[in-house]
Design a protein around this ligand. Structure first.
Ligand code: UPG
Ligand code: MN
Length: 395
């Protein structure tokens, strides 16, 4: 939930921010935690703005920040810290008992989705708009608009292949297209958080650049970790990758997509090829006039998160994140480059994203096995693609 709060608290107009949590486990516990988070956000966001808080993950901030000296600041700091600890204690206790009590379930209609005894591998699509930015009552404790906040769990059925993270990302692209449809999509893995509240503004500078902006498909940030061991004996902090290779890719039109901390143009992710006269439609977001009620929007979104909706379509192939490869991110980035686009690696002095990476030998081996298998399967796929071969030869 700290990830979600760090993203909701970006230094960016809240009416333009829409945060989606994709829960591939389809768990009522995650839904409960997000429902709690939506209330805490009403205190956290104004607090972040007033005190220019960094980082905006409350877990990271309270773990590293010093108590303020000014008594009035201290009072507010302690109040918000208390609210955060209260929330995490309630969530931990519900998770320990693996049950959301009836008196809590009555507070939000979203809990009804779990009334039929669903399991993580067999359930209907769930989309719940917890905060709707256009709702006049959806304001923080200072009366400011809140970002839209959506919970989603795509449909899972044992007889349908779910395509792992790529499948989840594609469902997210479709669901968000009927709720916000913003031209830029940022994806952040659940084990990372935003560490720099200006990261959206920074990334937008690349997309809006008068000379180069129209050529840029995505802005990728390095994957930094804050849990590395002192001697970093398995090399998991990826110093060479983050500080040399990612930048070095500039020579061939920019880095590949590495799965998290990446801002994409929606249209490009959905398969658009580059043309020199390309112009972004910055007003493409859902317009107020044609807006449906929250219920209608949720129903429409659910229909786009079913197992069946990708049947006989190009999703996972020509449209969206690619299927069939354990490194779905890298192959998707390559495909985008092959369609003529460029990308940018941005590594601001205050790291834009950070999170947890592998620290033990077992975790390291598991990750490298997955990546090696991914690169190997990609190698086969790319030999049939002429423009990819050209790009690879440049590398
Ligand atoms: O069936 C799945 C599997 C994973 N995920 C999500 O995918 C993300 C990444 O998964 P994680 O287990 O953290 O994988 P890593 O090994 O850390 O993944 C690295 O390698 C992947 C493949 O190259 C990239 O997608 C990741 O961004 C990159 O951090 C997480 O947010 C998961 O919730 C799903 O939504 N559905
Ligand atoms: Mn990870």
């Amino acid at each position: 939930m700290a990830t979600v709060l760090s993203l909701m608290a970006y230094n960016y107009p809240p009416e333009k921010l829409n945060v989606y949590l994709s829960d591939d486990g389809g768990s009522i516990l995650t839904f409960y935690a997000l429902w709690e988070t939506s209330s805490f956000a009403k205190h956290w966001l104004p607090f972040c703005r007033r005190y220019n808080v960094e980082p905006r993950s409350p877990a990271a901030y309270f773990a590293e920040s010093e108590k303020p000296n000014d008594p009035r600041d201290l009072e507010e700091w302690s109040f918000v810290k208390g609210l955060y600890e209260g929330m995490t204690e309630r969530i931990d206790s519900v998770v320990r008992s693996a049950n959301v009590p009836e008196e809590i379930r009555e507070n939000h209609r979203g809990f009804f989705e779990w009334n039929t005894g669903i399991t993580s591998k067999d359930h209907q699509p769930i989309v719940q708009v917890l905060i709707h930015g256009k709702d006049r009552d959806a304001v923080d404790n200072e009366g400011n608009v809140l970002p839209t906040l959506v919970y989603m769990a795509r449909e899972k059925r044992p007889q349908y292949h779910h395509n792992f993270k790529a499948g989840a990302m594609n469902a997210l692209i479709r669901v968000s297209s009927v709720i916000s449809n913003s031209p830029i999509i940022l994806n952040v893995d659940c084990d990372m958080y935003s560490n720099n509240s200006d990261a959206i503004r920074d990334a937008m500078c690349f997309f809006l650049d008068q000379e180069m902006g129209h050529k840029i498909a995505f802005v990728q940030h390095p994957q930094n970790y804050n849990n590395m061991t002192k001697n970093n004996i398995y090399g998991n902090s990826f110093n060479v990758l983050n500080h040399v290779e990612l930048r070095g890719f500039d020579g061939v039109g920019g880095p590949l997509y590495i799965g998290t901390g990446c801002f994409h143009r929606r249209e490009v992710l959905c398969g658009r090829r580059f043309t020199n006269d390309y112009k972004e439609d910055w007003d493409r977001g859902i317009k107020e006039k044609i807006e449906l009620s929250i219920n209608q929007t949720e129903e429409k979104a659910k229909s786009l998160a079913t197992c069946f909706c990708e049947h006989n379509t190009q999703w996972g192939n020509e449209i969206g994140v690619k299927y069939g490869c354990p490194v779905e991110d890298v192959i998707t980035g390559l495909t985008i480059h092959c369609r003529g686009w460029k990308s940018v690696c941005n590594n601001p002095p205050r790291e834009a994203f950070t999170g947890v990476g592998p620290t033990t030998l077992a975790q390291t081996i598991l990750q490298h096995k997955r990546w090696s298998e991914g690169y190997e399967s990609m190698d086969h796929a790319l030999h049939v693609c002429h423009s990819c071969e050209e790009y690879l030869q440049c590398i």
